[in-house]
Design a protein around this ligand. Sequence first.
Ligand code: NAP
Length: 546
Amino acid sequence: MEVIDAVIIGAGFAGLRALWRLRGMGKRVVVLEAADDIGGVWYHNAYPGARCDVESYDYSYSFSPELEQEWRWSERYATQPEILRYINHVADRFDLRRDIVLKTRMESAVYDEAAARWTITSTDGRRWSAQYLVMAVGQLSTTKEPDYPGQSSFKGEIIHSGIWPKHEVTYEGRRVAIIGTGSSGMQMTPVIAEKAAHLTVFQRTPNYSVPAANAPVTDEEDRRVKADYRARREQCRNSPTGLGFKPNRQSALDVPAEERDRVYEAAWHRLGFGFALAYYDILLSKPANDTAAEFIQKKIGSVIDDPKLREKLVPSGHPFAARRPSVDSGYFQAFNRDNVELADLREFPIQEFTPKGIRTADKTHEFDIVIFATGFDAFTGSILKPRIEGRDGLTLKEKWSEGPITQLGVGVAGFPNMLIIVGPGSPSLLSNVMVSIEEQIDWLADLVAYMDANDIVEFEAEPEAERAWVEHVNERARETLYMSTNSYYNGAEIAGKPRVFMPYSGGIRGYRRILNDCAAQGYSGFVLREAPLGAAAGDQRSAASS
Ligand code: NAP
């Protein structure tokens, strides 16, 4: 068994950043990654049209000014291959690969209370002993795979957007189905539509979307951003969502309709995802939200030629952005093509798969390829996949049976020295996740440094504090429109999943203040121990067994 300081699970953006930071502190660290290569979601989500909907300059690491200056983004919203190239560049530039063990899935982690150490075992039986277990497994990495009657009889290829195959998928002359119209389905639709003989998009819930307004990055823009990159980063850190847009402090209801439409029109052409920030109360007040929703509905409707299709495709029935909207590049326009068809699952649900395709309530569709763009077991799917056993044999799955419980999103009572990166209880998917990753890791690294400096071997969330934090997270969510509809933010994406609000909706800046106050008060809400709490019990156990 290898004895080290920290085992990090996952070699995506969060895992690499944690490795860089902890190694820089002199810690011996190993990163375990189940995939064949690094990159996390950006390794797996290699579907056609995949790109980030946060601007490239902001969806990148800020820890190295040299890295910032030397990397040249080619587009305002980077494609998946470009982001993966960036991740690989970072790994090489900072010599990270030597501590990453690929093709290695964590099976279990068991806390040794007497030693205050985790024993991590991989599915192939290797073991590591570490003081810290760092869960950097991503929030959208466990795919949701439907299981329709007859599915295994289908003779064509079934692919999930979130584990895209490494072989080349050809569409020319083939009949393709896409099931699901979240960001993944909406991004791939126009790209596949251009190549496939026929494309059928199966829609259950029409989704809001704002145009990406993507464009190549000019040399002039690149120079401008790099000349003042620190200011841009600060603006992101101090914005509510980490997107760097200055929040409009006005209410959508306090301005005349013509002025509001001018603001929305400008946001529509430039802001992408930031459209939701055009007025401060779009996600707080239903009447304010209605003004944005109506504007977007008109915009979407105006690019769809067929009135019947328009009726089905234009989103309604839930507030704009209360479920994650998409940022698209020609999704709705794709339905004007002769080779693209919409299958409305609300009207005609899928009844079964057949060897040749899919039978819905109204007809039989024949396909060569079926793509599930059906999303993920969000926030908790990947954390709960391995067996994590804390104090007294309690597993994290048992502890979270009624929903995730954390102190400030970073620690869990009963699971000492386990650190969670951008998981439930933190701004996570309600923020530019790159900003959240860096802020949380730096805070946790400071905690580790504090423990070293004060001869502390064990930190653990206090049960009272985590109860209060979960209540606060839900209280903040109740101030918003997020709870007014079903979404993966509140556990509705998986049948039987606890229906609690997962991310922290109080914003990046507010969250940072809370973390900093916690540290300033000697890590209030956490117990810090100079000797493991379980040491005495461990002594008794070893005496009894000798
Ligand atoms: P998603 O947003 O969860 O969407 C899943 C889609 O599949 C929904 O339309 C859902 O319908 C549908 N669906 C699920 N189960 C189904 C079933 N059994 N039968 C029929 N339809 C079903 O997943 P996603 O599109 O993969 O996106 C997930 C998240 O990844 C995004 O919200 C975003 O945070 C991130 N993402 C980001 C980017 C980017 O940066 N550009 C790109 C892709 C993804 P219902 O709505 O009715 O449940």
